[in-house]
Ligand binder design. Structure first.
Ligand SMILES: *Cc1c(COP(=O)(O)O)cnc(C)c1O
Length: 821
């Protein structure tokens, strides 16, 4: 890097020592690890800040089109280590730490993991920001500065217990409050319609409550360039402070109301993943950050441009799932009521500016807000949605010649509810799915009526992950191994990793690859010893399922298979099998009773098996508490086997599958989501594929002919395992503890058989596991397969995904930032 302002060991050392002195009145020997973290973080932030300023100076001069990626969730993971790596100051930092006798890993562990997201959707947003900065695209992430992120999971007596995530307790060294960009956001009240002299209606919201939205900016450092984009998280404050004046005017009540509204809006992230619940506070959150973002973007646009019609040339709003869908009517509101445009021109600008990503086809996840709630909370926004729908339905008649029944199916407003996905499709110029299969199901099944009338809007953007965090940072040994063999181009252009292909048959490199995996397994083993007090053997196969706990992801099938293996070992303790360590990590939504019971089952099975000396340590089961980005980085580097076993058609894409493949774990999986594309890249012979296809699942659902009892009655292994759920084998004190799970497998929900087809897929899952065992016995074969997985993961970089979004949806231009010396 030519232009980088060089950071010397001396400068950084001095900065850290100064920070410790000035902030804590201490010397380095007296400082706590937390204080050293703070001092180092502020020193690193000071290095970032010049590039951050320069980036925005460049944007100010060039005035490029900019994407605003609106998302309720950003699952960022820790910033310190990632910033150090992306700034390429890792060597300097290491040297400084050595000179000061600082244990860098221990210091990095002091940083709370900013968990402002649930799972894949939030992590995708975080990977996208990393890629946007690395590829030098002008971008903002826009979200909410939740006081409490995703809960901290404790396992107590085998049960999940939730604790609040106080991630801001010690402040956040990476954020900057930007009071000057504060805007007002209004809720409730009535809309009065005024006739103006020119005959135009004027809409005035009255008797509303409002809050002040104040942004906190967090730097997003590009890799080895000068680009530092911004994650802008909105905080809420009372607009009217408790001042004497307002008391005097009898506005005490109003002041308290605003204070409460502000506090409650940004209090906590909703912990549901792929599941919608129509809570008023959630809708407030959505409108709060959407309105703040749109208002502020328009204000900024108008400082430079006189003609609002040019908005789509300079601004792209991206709607990450329907959570920020109010972007569409909010932009319409500003264009109509404040810019005083005609409906048609406002609509043209809005649809050209907005694009929407669909993340799921599961009906329980589709957002539908009751009219009663939305029209009360956001009266003017509701009027606009009604008008959007009125005109849309009219077009269905006049342009597309549909009949009443067809229109009722597609209407945005129906049966007292507003269907947010429909509004997003109508109000955006572009709608994308997140993997090929998912997009095809959207077009042919879930959204086919919309695809028929707007075929050009629909397209696919297969998800990706950033190799900077999930290989370079998470697995430094493998990263060095790869760079030594093929150079470091893979860091910014992952398709280059394909060059590893030429080494997959090389015995020496195979051994080295397996040695690195072994070392990473030792590292994870230490983590497990410390957190679970379980000894695991790094020579055993590390079989990993890490993801949110959801019935469709089928952690239950995994643990039933473990129970089956254990039964086999009890029958024959000398059974010829390679020792296996089954590792789980998963948070369940606090209200998702069945998911929480599955966690309890996994832990009870773990307890029994781990403490049974008869089976000679052939199986260990580990449930890693509080799965998050930081421990994901450790687990992924150590995985041999990647469990991607969702019921086909249910997982839109998955990204955990990609992180594990990149790190040389071999997938055992169904033909679902991006697994299909993984198989396409690496070859089916280098994965363990099993189970029904999505077509078979969808057909079986339509036929309604699945009968799990037939399988139960005819398959002794399955019967034994399923019976153990209710005979006290894993819950001697309460044999009925797991009866609900037993019922779910056999009788399903309300008489409908298990929609996840666990028993149906069980046998082929079992066979796939047998193949894993046989393959691992041939270490050279395994090493080759694992290396091929790494070598063929190039497609799954979020850099590729972001390039596609930037070129095909947002029409962004790379904007290089050059530092002035
Ligand atoms: C990648 C990631 C996910 C998504 O995992 P899937 O297997 O795709 O569901 C969830 N949580 C965390 C912490 C992640 O890093």
């Amino acid at each position: 890097m030519m232009d980088r302002l060089d950071v010397t060991v001396e400068d950084l050392k001095e900065a850290i020592l100064e920070n410790i002195k000035n902030q804590f009145r201490k010397t380095i020997d007296q400082a706590s690890k937390e204080q050293i973290f703070q001092a180092l973080a502020f020193a690193v932030r000071d290095i970032i800040i010049d590039q951050w300023i320069e980036t925005h100076k460049t944007y100010d001069e060039v005035d490029p089109k900019t994407v605003y990626y609106l998302s309720m969730e950003f699952l960022m993971g820790r910033a310190l280590g990632n910033s150090i790596i992306n700034m390429k100051v890792d060597k300097v930092v290491k040297e400084v730490c050595e000179e000061l006798s600082i244990d860098l890993n221990a210091i990095e562990d002091m940083e709370p993991d900013p968990g402002l997201g649930n799972g894949g959707l939030g992590r995708l947003a975080a990977c996208f920001l990393d890629s946007l900065s690395t590829l030098e695209f002008p971008a903002y992430g826009c979200g909410i500065r939740y006081r409490y992120g995703i809960f901290e999971q404790k396992i107590i007596d085998g049960y999940q217990v939730e604790r609040p995530d106080e991630w801001l307790k010690n402040g956040n060294p990476f954020e900057v409050r930007r009071d000057e960009y504060g805007v007002e956001v209004r809720f409730f009240g009535d809309v009065r319609v005024l006739k103006t002299p020119n005959g135009r209606d004027k809409f005035i919201q009255e008797n509303y409550q409002s809050v002040k939205a104040v942004p906190y900016d967090i730097p997003i450092v590009g890799y080895d360039n000068n680009t530092v984009n911004t994650l802008r998280l909105w905080d809420a404050e009372a607009l009217v402070k408790f001042d004497l004046e307002s008391f005097d005017r009898g506005e005490y009540h109003k002041a308290v109301e605003q204070e409460n509204l502000a506090k409650s809006i940004v209090e906590v992230l909703y912990p549901n993943d792929n599941h919608y619940r129509g809570k008023e506070l959630r809708l407030k959150q959505q409108y709060f950050f959407v309105s703040a973002t749109v208002q502020q973007v328009i204000n900024k646009f108008k400082q430079k441009h006189a003609d609002i019609h040019e908005l789509p040339d300079k601004v792209a709003f991206h709607i990450n799932d329907t959570h920020p869908s109010l972007t569409i009517p909010e932009l319409m509101r500003i264009l109509l009521d404040e810019e005083e445009l005609e409906w048609e021109e406002a609509w043209d600008i809005t649809t050209k500016t907005c694009a929407y990503t669909n993340h799921t086809i599961m009906s329980e996840a589709l957002e539908k807000w009751p009219i009663e709630l939305l029209s009360r909370l956001l009266p003017r926004i509701y009027m606009i949605i009604e008008e959007i729908n009125r005109r849309f339905c009219l077009s269905l008649v006049n342009e597309f010649h549909l009949d009443k029944e067809q229109i009722d199916k597609m209407s945005i407003i129906m049966n007292g509810q507003i269907k947010m996905a429909f509004m997003c499709i109508v109000g955006s110029h572009c709608v994308n799915g997140v993997a090929v299969l998912h997009t095809e199901i959207l077009k042919k099944e879930e959204l086919k009526e919309f695809y028929n009338i707007y075929p050009g809007k629909f397209n696919n953007k297969t998800n990706g992950i950033t190799q900077r965090r999930f290989l370079l940072e998470a697995n430094p040994k493998l990263a060095d191994f790869i760079t030594d063999l093929i150079g470091d181009e893979w860091i910014t252009s992952l398709t280059h990793i394909k060059k590893l292909d030429q080494y997959v048959d090389d015995e020496q490199e195979q051994k080295e690859f397996m040695k690195i995996k072994y070392d990473n397994k030792v590292r994870l083993g230490k983590y497990i010893k410390k957190h679970n007090n379980i000894e695991v053997d790094p020579r055993s196969i590390f079989d990993v399922q890490i993801k949110r706990l959801h019935e469709y992801k089928r952690q239950l099938m995994n643990i039933l298979h473990v129970m089956y293996l254990y039964n086999k070992l009890l029958e024959n303790p000398d059974l010829d099998m390679i020792p296996r360590t089954f590792i789980f990590g998963a948070k369940a939504a606090p209200g998702y009773t069945r998911a929480k019971l599955i966690i309890k089952l996994i832990n009870n099975v773990a307890d029994r098996i781990n403490n049974d000396t008869n089976i000679k340590n052939k199986i260990k089961v580990v449930f890693i508490e509080n799965y998050n980005v930081s421990n994901a980085e450790i687990i992924i580097a150590a995985a041999d086997v990647s469990e991607q076993i969702s019921t086909a058609s249910k997982e839109a894409s998955g990204t955990g599958n990609m992180k594990l493949m990149l790190n040389g774990a071999i997938t055992i999986g169904t033909m679902d989501g991006a697994n299909i594309e993984i198989v396409e890249e690496v070859g089916e012979e280098n994965c363990f594929i099993f189970g029904m296809t999505s077509e078979e699942v969808i057909n079986l659902q339509h036929e309604n002919s699945y009968n799990p009892w037939d399988i139960y009655n005819n398959n002794e292994d399955i019967r034994k395992v399923v019976t153990q759920l209710i005979n006290g084998f894993y819950a001697p004190d309460d044999p009925d503890l797991f009866r609900e799970i037993y019922d779910s497998l056999l009788d399903g929900y309300g008489g409908r058989p298990d929609p996840y087809f666990i028993l149906k897929d069980f046998d082929s899952y079992k066979e796939a596991h047998k193949k894993i065992d046989a393959t691992y016995a041939n270490q050279r074969k395994w090493a080759k397969m694992a290396m091929l997985n790494t070598a063929n993961s190039g497609k799954f970089s979020s850099d590729r995904t972001i390039l596609q979004y930037a070129n095909e949806i947002w029409k962004l231009k790379k904007t290089e930032v050059i530092m002035e010396k």
